[in-house]
Design a binder for this molecule. Structure first.
Ligand code: SF4
Length: 368
């Protein structure tokens, strides 16, 4: 049931952020207020298509309804604390949350695309060995509205420079660790009266939590999946992606095979290449065997080096040799440079500056 007031962490919150509601939830709330359900579609259009800043601006709603909405709900925009622009056109945004936590999102222009890379958590609990967000540790899950709210906030920054065409949940955090809020956000993103993104244009990137993957498949939303694999064996993945110790490759790949992929679509496997660690020819061969029979493509991502990360980027020759093995085995394997490296906006580099300043004290030794 939608409540107009909630008690959270010992604080009474006077109202609920309306962007945290799916259309079905808003319809339900309106019915409880004695209003007609179709008003939810109108409200969604005002929020997401016309991006108004207050209920008062929703001029086709009766005045009394606008007043009741303002009493029960908030309509907030995330506040941008900082923006950095990369030489390659990527733009990174630091958002300040109400409790003082910070998250980052990235806009990546590419020919006719404008991709928004969104965060689902402040920090991340999964501690992947090559990832700065992992080094930052877990701070908290984002609420659904904080995930969704990144989109209108980014769109506002873009103004006449174009519209966001694609969404990737690849920013800070593991989306499936924050399952309920992520699924709710996906529903709002794909709601036709709201943000109206085709599920084909949304990619959820995950290390692959098998039970959550199964549940996500049952939701029937149909977004693209990118699985962060990074190693072809359990021994190696246990070290690079520690959650593998709980959910080994066999379980992960079973969940991938069972995921109800829409026709003509493929899973993506992401593989960050680390010099001398997972980039050997034998690794490529093992990877080819591991993924046999899966409808998939492989994104090879050369490591974005950072002082806090104890790995190196492989040479161009090693990258190409690894890719060639996969091509020879019949895979589509792209070698993808991350965008925004110079502003720490590239894959695995999101990490708020304030936290980074304390990082060196917390630096951990991997493979020790
Ligand atoms: S790679 Fe993803 S899941 Fe792993 S620590 Fe970084 S943000 Fe978390």
């Amino acid at each position: 049931m939608v409540q107009a007031a909630r008690v959270e962490r010992g604080m009474v919150r006077p109202s609920l952020e309306v962007k945290g509601l799916t259309r079905a939830e808003l319809e339900h709330a309106l019915q409880e207020m004695g209003e007609l359900r179709y008003r939810a579609a109108q409200i969604f259009q005002w929020i997401y298509k016309r991006q108004v800043g207050s209920f008062e601006d929703m001029s086709n709603l009766p005045k009394a309804l606008r007043h009741s909405l303002a009493e029960r709900f908030t309509l907030k925009l995330l506040s941008v604390l900082q923006e950095d622009r990369s030489r390659d056109g990527a733009r990174k945004f630091l958002f300040g949350l109400e409790d003082g936590k910070q998250i980052e999102s990235v806009l990546i222009p590419d020919e006719d695309r404008m991709t928004a890379c969104l965060s689902t958590q402040a920090g991340c609990a999964l501690a992947c060995a090559f990832c700065l967000t992992g080094v930052m540790g877990f701070q908290r899950h984002l609420e659904a509205w904080e995930i969704i709210g990144q989109i209108p906030a980014l769109q506002e920054r873009l103004q006449s420079e174009g519209r966001i065409t694609h969404l990737v949940l690849m920013g800070m955090g593991e989306p499936l660790h924050n399952y309920e809020a992520t699924v709710k956000a996906l529903r709002v993103m794909t709601e036709k009266e709201g943000l109206a993104f085709s599920p084909r244009r949304i990619t959820l990137s995950t290390v692959g939590l098998p039970k959550a993957l199964e549940k996500l498949g049952e939701e029937g939303i149909g977004v693209n999946l990118a699985i962060s694999l990074h190693a072809p064996t359990d021994d190696l993945r246990d070290q690079l992606v520690p959650i593998n110790r709980r959910y080994p490759l066999k379980e992960l790949l079973e969940a991938c095979r069972a995921y109800p992929l829409p026709p003509r679509r493929r899973l993506t496997f992401e593989y960050v290449l680390l010099d001398g660690v997972n980039d050997r020819i034998e690794d490529a061969k093992e990877l080819a065997v591991l993924l046999q029979g899966l409808r998939c493509k492989i994104n090879l991502i050369p490591l974005n080096e950072a002082p806090e990360i104890p790995f190196k980027r492989p040479s161009r020759e090693r990258l190409l040799a690894f890719q060639q093995v996969l091509h020879d085995q019949g895979y589509t394997a792209t070698l993808r440079e991350s965008r925004g490296w110079d502003i720490s906006a590239a894959c695995g580099m999101l990490n708020t500056e304030a936290v980074r300043k304390g990082l060196f004290r917390n630096k951990r030794a991997f493979f020790s």
